[in-house]
Design a protein around this ligand. Structure first.
Ligand SMILES: *[C@@H]1O[C@H](CO)[C@@H](O)[C@H](O)[C@H]1NC(C)=O
Ligand SMILES: *[C@@H]1O[C@H](CO)[C@@H](O)[C@H](O)[C@H]1NC(C)=O
Ligand SMILES: *[C@@H]1O[C@H](CO)[C@@H](O)[C@H](O)[C@H]1NC(C)=O
Ligand SMILES: *[C@@H]1O[C@H](CO)[C@@H](O)[C@H](O)[C@H]1NC(C)=O
Ligand SMILES: *[C@@H]1O[C@H](CO)[C@@H](O)[C@H](O)[C@H]1NC(C)=O
Ligand SMILES: *[C@@H]1O[C@H](CO)[C@@H](O)[C@H](O)[C@H]1NC(C)=O
Ligand SMILES: *[C@@H]1O[C@H](CO)[C@@H](O)[C@H](O)[C@H]1NC(C)=O
Ligand SMILES: *[C@@H]1O[C@H](CO)[C@@H](O)[C@H](O)[C@H]1NC(C)=O
Ligand SMILES: *[C@@H]1O[C@H](CO)[C@@H](O)[C@H](O)[C@H]1NC(C)=O
Ligand SMILES: *[C@@H]1O[C@H](CO)[C@@H](O)[C@H](O)[C@H]1NC(C)=O
Ligand SMILES: *[C@@H]1O[C@H](CO)[C@@H](O)[C@H](O)[C@H]1NC(C)=O
Ligand SMILES: *[C@@H]1O[C@H](CO)[C@@H](O)[C@H](O)[C@H]1NC(C)=O
Length: 792
């Protein structure tokens, strides 16, 4: 599908001569030839030749798109046939020369990492005509990631295992990525990252670039272009009607070298609307600032009467004059029903509320909260596995168990001590709310199979049928619904169980299924208390339990773990339909075995922007989700680590899911609660620079890592991680101009309600200095959020 904008229509031309400040230009892309550097063959016709990953595994050639390939409006050159010759370059510091030095707006890459989920990152060096060099960090993904998912733009249903025609029917992926390129000078060449000797090598299949648009001599105006216009699955109730969000990205294609000219930027209210057959705008999108080399994203809400064909994007300036239109954007109707079809479900997106929430609390609570122990650096909620794997292992957990409980106590004996005797759901929710979290995700069943909700006839291994005979999930959900309507409600659910006998048939790696052998006498099997007689784990247990969390407990986030065998397509259709019919929107992570809305790095953050939605999770404990009594109070995350991690993650387009491990009685211990509350104080005064913000397209941080950048339509935030001293801060975004213009006001977000505007100045090389009185600095802890409000 070819998507492009058209510069100016007649109406637009007409108004141009009256008041116009800007015209629309097409968003271009130009292929950068790469085949001279090819040194690897990734694809095979029958699997018996070639070696993509260093272990002789290859992509299946028959599924890869051939020749010119268009993705989201960007054109690439892919091989005209796959499986017959080299088709990619393993990035190892090679230099790719542009045919002519030119100002570049964006670099586009088709790539894959060749490991299976270890994470891929690297740095491109950009070599400029003025001899300067800039570094472009990127975060990427791998061709395989079973049993999690990492949905690539190109997918094959199977791949060939090492030098044989044997097919592994897990999908393999190829990805597309676009990176902002600083454009203060013409770009001469690009040095590829050095990954050829690392455990995860970056393979590049194709490169393209979007050149900047140098204005003809004469009037200097922003070169506005519609980068994309995507009819989303997100919607909002507007006057009783479901209005569809159309996600618009605008680019100002002028090179960054024009950044100091006010005429080169949008500096006043621009209004964006979308029209087409059956499509009309109800709430236009508003953009107040767009500097050279920058991009801005905004939603336009439309009524879509099952429209077909293409839509037109219209941009008006502050006087209501049309400055340009862009046509050819395919209309996709808003769904009225979800079917259990992978292609349909794959279009589902994280809802706007989730995108804006940024911060949630994860809760790991279950019978592992009774022993509440793991050796330093381990997950305490893995006690059951660590104790048994293998029996008589002398592992630290095995030794701890023997010393603490003796060899006659089995894991299920902990059930009687899981008392929840002091549990108060309101106290938890008060804490989450004061901590500034906008959602929670409670573990409803971990790998040990003990559930915290009513598992009905699927199993009686649950808190409802065993001690302490309570439906914790229901109590928490009901309290949240009635008393904390602003906090969204999510459920963690482990698809496999370590020791469920019915899982043996599906078992894999650390989830083999089958009863545990007694840790001290391997010839004895341990009980699996509460199990009922069913015939199939997936049909009779996993699937009905997931459906129940959606239909009976109204979960808004299905946060699966591990993936693997599943009936997730059927589940997702019911989950999404139930929500839609009841007027709310829900989401599902990448560990449900199919059709993910967002990625979930664990105890890890991406080093740079990832435009696909993601959420990182980690414990307040440095290494554990479940409570670990071996952890000292001083080791828990403190206000500084919580706030700086949150801001860092949000600046790269992620959400932060921070975990607490309550005690078996149901308390969140003071060292965790106090630090969450301390961070919550900061969010009360500086939350405008976190919630409902968007990443800044040109940079998420400065090269020294001292500052993070975030945007909203009317503001730009600079968040300092180092306490300002000398009465000022100096921000150098690494050769990229900050979107700050004369007339803008700057405040430090702090606890006093009337923050005064601060003096600021930008020098000739784009370095911003903000003068800030020390008494204001001293009132703030953890991070210093300077909020720039745009004039106009
Ligand atoms: C890949 O295949 C070659 C040729 O068959 C063989 O010599 C080599 O050991 C294989 N490499 C791996 C990692 O299996
Ligand atoms: C590069 O520059 C040369 C000399 O100015 C010109 O002849 C040629 O067409 C340019 N090539 C491209 C691809 O723009
Ligand atoms: C998926 O990959 C895993 C790990 O390599 C393997 O055990 C499993 O059999 C594969 N599944 C299929 C359907 O090929
Ligand atoms: C900037 O815009 C103003 C007002 O439209 C105009 O008078 C001025 O000439 C412009 N400056 C440049 C450098 O184009
Ligand atoms: C929609 O626009 C595309 C180009 O973007 C064009 O190829 C296609 O024919 C258009 N479809 C309709 C129905 O106008
Ligand atoms: C359960 O709690 C009792 C009373 O605190 C304690 O003596 C016992 O060791 C605990 N048993 C287990 C298995 O946790
Ligand atoms: C281990 O369990 C088996 C089977 O129950 C039993 O016969 C044996 O005596 C046990 N061994 C020890 C050392 O208790
Ligand atoms: C489960 O039910 C089947 C069929 O009724 C029966 O043959 C089997 O013995 C039962 N298994 C258990 C563990 O009760
Ligand atoms: C559990 O109950 C449901 C609803 O009554 C029924 O459809 C299902 O077959 C039952 N499952 C088992 C394993 O008995
Ligand atoms: C989830 O189930 C589908 C359908 O059975 C299967 O194709 C897919 O491989 C499963 N996902 C994982 C990660 O095993
Ligand atoms: C926790 O504190 C104790 C006592 O001060 C010390 O012995 C232990 O090493 C500490 N543990 C860790 C993981 O730091
Ligand atoms: C917060 O924790 C970090 C990381 O452990 C530590 O470096 C810092 O000193 C702590 N801050 C305070 C105020 O304790």
């Amino acid at each position: 599908m070819r998507i492009f904008g058209v510069p100016l229509l007649c109406g637009a031309l007409f108004s141009y001569f009256r008041t116009v400040k800007s015209s629309l230009v097409t968003f271009p892309s130009v292929v950068i030839p790469l085949s001279d550097l090819f040194d690897n063959q990734a694809a095979s016709l029958d699997g018996t030749t070639d070696n993509f990953d260093g272990y002789n595994a290859t992509y299946a050639a028959e599924y890869l798109p051939e020749g010119p390939w268009l993705y989201n409006g960007i054109s690439y050159d892919l091989p005209s046939t796959w499986g017959q010759s080299q088709d990619n370059v393993i990035a190892g510091g090679q230099v790719v020369k542009l045919s002519n030095a030119t100002y570049v707006h964006e670099l586009h890459i088709v790539y894959a990492g060749d490991s299976s989920g270890s994470g891929l990152s690297g740095t491109f060096s950009l070599n400029y005509a003025d001899n300067s060099v800039k570094y472009l960090q990127f975060t990427g993904k791998d061709w395989l990631k079973w049993p999690y998912l990492n949905g690539g733009e190109i997918q094959t249903p199977y791949y060939f295992e090492g030098h044989s025609s044997s097919k592994n029917w897990n999908s393999s992926q190829i990805f597309q990525l676009s990176l902002s390129v600083p454009s203060r000078a013409p770009l001469e060449s690009i040095t590829l990252p050095e990954t050829s000797s690392t455990s995860n090598r970056l393979h590049i299949f194709a490169l393209s670039m979007t050149p900047s648009f140098e204005p003809a001599s004469g009037l200097l105006v922003p070169q506005v272009s519609v980068r994309s216009a995507q009819f989303s699955t997100r919607w909002e109730d507007i006057n009783g009607q479901r209005a569809q969000a159309v996600a618009i990205t605008l680019a100002n294609l002028l090179p960054g070298s024009y950044a100091t000219s006010p005429n080169a930027s949008i500096n006043s209210r621009y209004e964006i609307s979308v029209t087409g057959e059956g499509v009309s705008t109800v709430t236009p999108g508003l953009v107040y600032r767009l500097v050279p080399a920058d991009q801005a994203r905004v939603d336009v809400f439309v009524l879509n009467d099952g429209g077909t064909g293409n839509a037109t994007v219209t941009i008006k300036n502050e006087f209501g004059n049309v400055i340009g239109t862009s046509v050819g954007w395919p209309i996709v109707p808003l769904r009225t029903e979800w079917t259990a079809d992978a292609d349909v479900l794959a279009t589902h997106e994280t809802p706007t509320w989730w995108n804006q929430a940024k911060y949630g609390i994860f809760i790991h609570w279950g019978i592992y909260s009774v022993p509440a122990w793991g050796p330093p650096g381990s997950y305490a909620e893995w006690y059951d596995w660590s104790l048994h794997n293998p029996p008589n292992s002398n592992s630290p957990t095995w030794v701890h168990h023997l010393d603490t409980y003796g060899k006659d106590i089995v894991y299920d004996d902990f059930i009687s001590n899981f008392t929840a005797s002091t549990w108060n759901p309101s106290a938890w929710l008060d804490l989450f709310s004061e901590a500034g979290a906008k959602y929670f995700v409670i573990v409803t069943k971990h790998h040990d199979g003990y559930a915290l909700f009513d598992t009905k006839n699927t199993t009686h291994r649950s808190s409802v049928y065993l001690n302490p005979y309570r439906d914790f999930v229901k109590e928490l959900m009901d309290t949240a619904k009635s008393d904390y309507p602003d906090i969204h409600r999510g459920t963690y659910y482990s698809l496999p169980e370590w020791f469920n006998p019915y899982f043996s048939k599906y078992g894999f790696s650390s989830w083999p299924g089958g009863l545990a052998h007694n840790a001290f006498n391997a010839s004895e099997l341990e009980p699996y208390t509460g199990i009922l007689n069913i015939s199939d784990y997936i049909e009779d247990l996993q699937y009905p339990q997931m459906v129940s969390l959606a239909l009976d407990y109204d979960t808004e986030i299905m946060w699966c773990d591990i993936g693997g065998p599943n009936k997730t397509l059927d589940f997702a259709a019911q989950f999404f339909n139930k929500a839609m019919q009841n007027g709310y929107q829900v989401t599902m992570n990448d560990r449900c075995g199919a059709v993910p809305d967002f990625d979930t790095p664990e105890y890890a953050t991406f080093a740079s922007l990832s435009t696909r939605h993601w959420e990182t999770s980690e414990g307040m404990d440095p290494n554990s989700y479940g409570l670990n009594s071996a952890t000292n109070a001083s080791e828990y995350k403190n206000g500084t680590t919580i706030i700086q991690t949150l801001v860092d993650v949000v600046s790269k387009n992620g959400n932060y899911l921070l975990d607490v491990g309550p005690t078996a009685e149901g308390d969140i211990i003071a060292p965790m609660a106090d630090n969450l509350l301390a961070a919550g104080k900061w969010l009360k005064y500086a939350g405008d620079c976190v919630y409902a913000t968007d990443y800044w397209y040109q940079a998420s941080q400065d090269p020294t890592g001292s500052f993070r950048f975030l945007t909203t339509p009317k503001t730009f935030c600079i968040i300092a991680f180092n306490k300002p001293s000398d009465g000022k801060i100096t921000v150098d975004a690494g050769g990229v101009a900050l979107p700050i213009q004369k007339g803008d006001s700057v405040v430090l977000l702090g606890p006093s309600t009337n923050s005064q505007s601060l003096e600021w100045d930008v020098d000739g090389s784009g370095i911003l200095t903000i003068v800030v009185p020390q008494d204001q600095v001293d009132q703030v802890d953890y991070a210093w959020a300077f909020q720039v409000s745009y004039s106009g």
